[in-house]
Design a protein around this ligand. Structure first.
Ligand SMILES: [Zn+2]
Length: 205
């Protein structure tokens, strides 16, 4: 299956007035057809890259294109080309890609903001994704048991997995230690700045 390549599509056909066919000498029988050539991936057009023109005679059916275009039709072909814009749908894929990137950026800033807000005001039930060092892809969880003043009591999950979203696999009450320990909001902030605390989830919301 070919998933990328390029394709042509017809844009318009216009008569070329005042020129006789260089082959059969028929008057007013020449016309020019414009096409757009665009790249696609999975049937979605990405961007246009050429606007080829084909001139032809409706009487003798002869056609010319590119360098073979007869000199007497060239100016007419050129002005038709100039008046024809490439259709916007040629850019569909590129537009979709940009939208997806923009949405991704908005979404991740929103997540960052929520994380910062949760971290500044911890609540029982908050779950922190923690990650000890960058060399090993080991992730685990800390669960907030209670938060009072500057102190945050947490229990550590006793398991870890090599996936940066461990909450689905590890967040079962039996998987947490029974012995809480206390961190300060300042500790949490340092862990976040060091990349050791990568996500905050507040599940009941
Ligand atoms: Zn002709």
């Amino acid at each position: 299956m070919i998933v990328y390549g390029y394709r042509g599509s017809h844009l318009r056909t216009e008569p070329i007035p005042g020129v006789i066919c260089p082959h059969c000498a028929a008057p007013e029988a020449l016309q020019v057809s414009l096409y757009c050539r665009y790249a696609y991936v999975y049937w979605i057009p990405l961007f246009p890259f050429a606007k080829p023109a084909v001139a032809g005679c409706v009487r003798c059916r002869l056609t010319w294109e590119g360098k073979a275009l007869p000199a007497e039709v060239r100016s007419s072909v050129r002005s038709t080309k100039k008046q024809t814009r490439l259709p916007l749908w040629n850019w569909t894929g590129t537009g979709l890609l940009l939208l997806a990137l923009a949405w991704g950026a908005v979404d991740s800033t929103r997540d960052d903001r929520a994380n910062a807000a949760y971290l500044a005001a911890p609540r029982a039930g908050d779950i922190y994704t923690v990650h000890e060092n960058d060399s090993a892809p080991n992730y685990s969880l800390l669960k907030v048991v209670s938060a009072r003043g500057n102190g945050v009591q947490v229990v550590a999950n006793e398991f870890q997995i090599d996936n940066n979203h461990p909450i689905d696999a590890l967040n079962a009450p039996a998987k947490y230690s029974k012995e809480p320990f206390t961190l300060t909001k300042f500790d949490l902030q340092i862990m976040k700045n060091k990349g050791q605390l990568t996500d905050v989830d507040r599940l009941e919301e």
